[in-house]
Every structure is written in C-alpha cells, then in structure tokens.
Design a protein around this ligand. Sequence first.
Ligand SMILES: [Zn+2]
Length: 485
Amino acid sequence: MGEPAPVRLYNTFTRTKETLVPATPGIVRMYSCGPTVYRYVHVGNLRTFMLPDLLSRTLEYLGYEIERVMNITDVGHLTDDTFDRGEDKMLVSARLEKKSPEEIAAFYTEAFMHDAASVNIRPAAHYPRASDYVPQMIELITKLIEKGHAYEVGGTIYYDIASFTAYGKLSRNTTDKLLAGARGEVDPRKRHPGDFTLWKAAGAHRLQVWPSPWGPGFPGWHIECSAMSMSLLGARFDIHTGGADNVFPHHEAEIAQSEGVTGHRVVSLWLHAGLLMLAGSRMAKSAGNFFRIRELEDQGFDPLAFRYLALQAKYRTKLNFSEDGLAGADRALRNLRERLQEWSAESSETAGDSDAAAAFEARFRSAIADDLDLPAAMALVSELTRSAIARPDKATLLRRWDRVLGLDLDRSVPDLELPAGAANLLEARERARDAKDFARADQLRDELAAAGVVVTDTPEGQRWKVQVGKQRDRTSRPGPAPTTP
Ligand SMILES: [Zn+2]
C-alpha cells in the first residue's frame, strides 16, 4: 500500500472539516474519553465509544497506522456539582454494593469490555486507569500553579479560568453561559464561579485519598484526561474523541489544563459523537431512560443490529433510538448476511477486479474519507446489493467493506425458532387450506403475522419465515421511566 489517502474530519474546535495531518506522517495518535466504571454503560455510551472504533477502522482501511488510548475513569467524580455536595459516585456505588472502590471498578471495567466487544468495538492499544496516574496529575497541577493558572484554598486547587484567554472557545460558551454552568452551591472562595476543581481536599468520609503537596485529597475528573493523554501520546497528538456532552465542561477544561501547562496546542482535531435520544430525551443513566446492550440481546436482538442502526446516521448528529428502528436494522442485517451467503457460493478467483467493482470501491473510500460518511457507505451497500455487477464481485466488496463496518456480514444465519404456539397455528392453517376454508386460513395468517411469523403460499404448500424483533412479547417489558430534563 502506498501513501495513506487524504481524510477530512469535522473539528469541533473550528466547526469545519479539516484534512487530517498526523504529527508523525502515516501514524495517527488518538485519545478517547472512556467509561466511568461505577455503573454499566448503556447503548448511548456505546454509540460514543463506537466513534474511535469507526475512526480507527476507517483510517486503517485508508492506509494509516493508529495508536489508540481510551481511559478508564475509576476515580469517580463527575462534576463540580457533585464535588460541592461532597458526593463521589464511585463511593456511592461502593456503599450501595458493599464492595471496595477497586472491586467496583474491576467489575464494571470487565462489563464495559464485554459490552463493547458485543458491538464489535475493537480494543484500544492502552486502557490507562485514572487511579494509576495520580502522580502525573499532581505534577500538572503543580505546573499550573507555577504558571499562574491555578490557586489553592484550604487544600483544594481551582483552575483560574480568567487566566486562560481561550477558555470557552471549544464550546463557544460566553461568560454568561459559563456562569450558568456553575449551578448549586458555589464555593465562595472561588475567584470566578466557573473556576473548576483540579484537586479536592479530602473529607473524613472518603475511601480514595492520595497524598499531595496540598495535603490529602483526590483529583478532579478533567485533570485525569490531561494527564493520561499527554503521558501516553505526548504533548502533541492528532485526534481526541468524546461524546457531545463532553464538550463542556470536560474538554473545555482539558484544553485549559494541557495548553496552560505546555503553552501550545496539544490536540489537532476534536471529534464528538452525537447523543442517542430515546423518546425525545437524551439517553442517560441519571434520567433512568436507557438500555443496556445486554437487555436488547435478551429481547432477541443481535447486538450488531445496534451497530447497524448507528451506521445509518452521521456519527455527530443526534440519533433517535426506538425498538422498531432496531428491529428494522436487525432484519436488514440478517438479510444482508443471507445475501452474502448466497453470493459466496458462487465466488471466483477474479472477483472484485471488474471496472464496476473498482468504481464501487472508489466511491466507498471517498465516502468514509469524507468525515466518516457511513450513512453514504451504507447506501452504497444497498446500491451494490441491487446492482447488476457479478455476484462474486458483490461478495468480495461486502467482505472488504465489513473491515470498516464491523457487522460480521460473513456470519452464517441460523434459522430462527418458531415462537410458542406458532407450530399449532401453522398446522391449523394447513388443515384450513386443505378444507378450502380460506377465510379461516387468512385469519390464521394474520394471527401468525402478529406473532412474527410471515406465511406465504406456494404451489408446494405454505412457507413460513420468522421475523427478527417481531416475535417478542411487547407487553412484558415496562416502558422507559419518566425522564427529567
Ligand atoms: Zn476525558
């Protein structure tokens, strides 16, 4: 393979698509904000973690090498608000589950790895744990104090946002909005209500406490990512990803910290995954409206149907999640696998070499190189399946594209089991047809359809097919809990 192909990516910082220019030619260094491991991830989180996976698959496909880091937040502080209330979510979990913070973190880290693997998110090269980088965080905070970007009050260190003129640039937040972001009880010792915590003096009730030059305490959430990203990828790296909800305050703070210490731009491109919406609200653990991938699997969905669904939307737009949408994705995925199985039976040595195949390949590459336009890539998949090009060519292209899509298109499709009672209905319908009682036969066909079994009549008798995602009992699962904004 020759030169890597040019790739354009939407940079949240500049609000434009920019050409990726790796600091080291051909090698892309990428940092992604990972899970907080005091709870399970939901499919909204998985959509966010799919972005670095899709990005690295795309870049590899186009000829780049990737070095990817995703952190594990096992020091459980989410926002300044929770700080101010003295509440640490890791410790809340530890209390509720009667385990140590380390046991909680290990348990949910493993659950995260499992859930990510089930939607074909390939592992990063490094998964640093925040608790292993506290000395590096203390070093950064010390430098920020030296450079006049941070100040101490009673063992707690705040970042002085007024000292960093670019503060607010990533999120396009004005001073008013920054003020509005500082809700709840604000420490009156702060110079500006928007100043965020770098280090928090420990209260007596805490379990995770580290010594520091300012006394015992624990790090803020934002400093974790500055420390881990620069420790592992250096003071200049190419891509940083996260969810749209990380732009402010998390990434705004990270820029202020990392650039405050180094005095230069650290991250070239900031990429953010759009939120996953459920019934009009953001899918969120705190609001109680969320699904785990395991729950969807238990309902009979292929976890990769969720990946298929995610590929239908631009990674940075909001995506509405619904069970009907997921069921449609599940059927489409199954269909695609069935087609590939048929075409593979006719494979030939020269497959993929035709001009028509080359044209499809070129269009696929330009779609993914244009800010990961996966909806366009998926539209090409549909166009390819309907096209007149040779079936072995179709099979070769689909298999190759699946390196980016990650849908396991080569997986063989097992026949679905008949739902309970359907076999009796099918038998009864056969008898009704034999007796030429077509009204009864039609009625039974409707009953079977309602149970997710599609019946067609052929000269050889009736044929049936179970539809994925239709055979589930929709009344057995409680709906999402009411949400709060
Ligand atoms: Zn982060």
